[in-house]
Ligand binder design. Structure first.
Ligand code: NAD
Length: 288
């Protein structure tokens, strides 16, 4: 397939390379010249204008920083510029309202489009093991699935337009809350004189079992190998967790959802990001 790819950063670079590996003809654009060069090295054909990348494409994938940029790229360079039958896939993490608005604009112009944000970080993007949560019509999902399979290990149809973004921000709000809870429990056990490794052994096999404890233990030298064992470098940056929590809080306000712990988690990550935005989000344990 001829697939245009816009946004070749930390995530998009690896995703575009995996489309090449799957045998697709990838027509790539990024504002950043270095990102374009890397894509070129990975076997993409690069363009210096987004319109040139999309003009012949059967599918267009975007992986961009935020909703404002997604809206301007689609309205300025994709919708009406890509061929009428192309399927459009936005994999960025953005607000639910903008995702729905851009999809409605695309549909009005006769295109199928999905929101398809991802779970999994840069390693999963490079390794082709992302999980995609997809919002859109059955027809748009069926068309997008083939493209997404080449970049991920799971592709799940979440529901109508915007449902992918909804799943993503609710999941990450839960993750933020559970990481803070895990960190608090581990530190408190330690202060009460319990060996943290013993606490891990017990709680990871008891009702405290959760991904933050079992698969991403936030205390160095305890439990499984995780960013904690690498001075909290790599992993999922605090700044990105904060971005997702802000999106979650905006969405909660829109629908009057009660998110007492989500709001507290957002507050805690706002503080952490002021000094340590680049560290993995499990570094929240250092503040306790
Ligand atoms: P990044 O900043 O590394 O990449 C974004 C790329 O978009 C950059 O190369 C930038 O030059 C390019 N860009 C910006 N404006 C553009 C425009 N108008 N036209 C073309 N290119 C433009 O960010 P990233 O880490 O790759 O994240 C991308 C998206 O993936 C974000 O929405 C993020 O929330 C989401 N995400 C990231 C991770 C992660 O671990 N990094 C995990 C899950 C989801």
């Amino acid at each position: 397939m001829k697939i245009a790819f816009i946004g070749l950063g930390n995530m998009g670079g690896g995703m575009a390379a995996n489309l090449v590996k799957a045998g697709h003809n990838v027509l790539a654009f990024d504002l950043d010249e270095e990102a374009r060069q890397k894509a070129d090295d990975a076997g993409c054909t690069t363009f210096s204008e987004p319109e040139w990348a999309v003009e012949d494409a059967e599918a267009v994938v975007t992986m961009l920083p935020n909703g404002g940029i997604v809206k301007s790229v689609y309205e300025g360079s994709v919708i009406g510029k890509a061929p009428a039958g192309a399927v459009l896939l936005d994999c960025s993490t953005i607000d639910v309202a903008t995702a729905k608005e851009v999809i409605a604009t695309a549909e009005a112009a006769g295109c199928d489009m999905v929101d398809a944000p991802v779970s999994g970080g840069i390693a999963a993007a490079n390794g082709g093991t992302l999980t995609f949560m997809v919002g859109g019509t059955e027809k748009a999902f069926a068309r997008a699935e083939e493209v997404l399979q080449a970049m991920g290990k799971a592709v799940i149809h979440a529901g109508d337009a915007g449902a992918g973004q909804t799943a993503k921000i609710c999941n990450n709000m839960l993750l933020a809350i559970s990481m803070i809870g895990t960190a608090e429990a581990m530190k408190m056990a330690e202060k009460l004189g319990l060996d943290p490794q013993k606490f891990y052994e017990i709680s990871s096999q008891s009702s405290g079992y959760c991904w933050s404890l079992n698969a991403y233990t936030p205390m160095p030298g305890v439990g499984v190998e995780s960013p904690a064992d690498n001075d909290y470098k790599g992993g999922f940056a605090t700044a990105l967790m904060l971005k997702d929590l802000r999106l979650a809080m905006d969405a909660a306000k829109d629908v009057d959802a009660t998110t007492v712990l989500g709001a507290k988690a957002a507050e805690i990550y706002e503080e952490l990001a002021k000094e340590h935005g680049g560290l993995d989000f499990s570094s929240v344990i250092k503040t306790l």
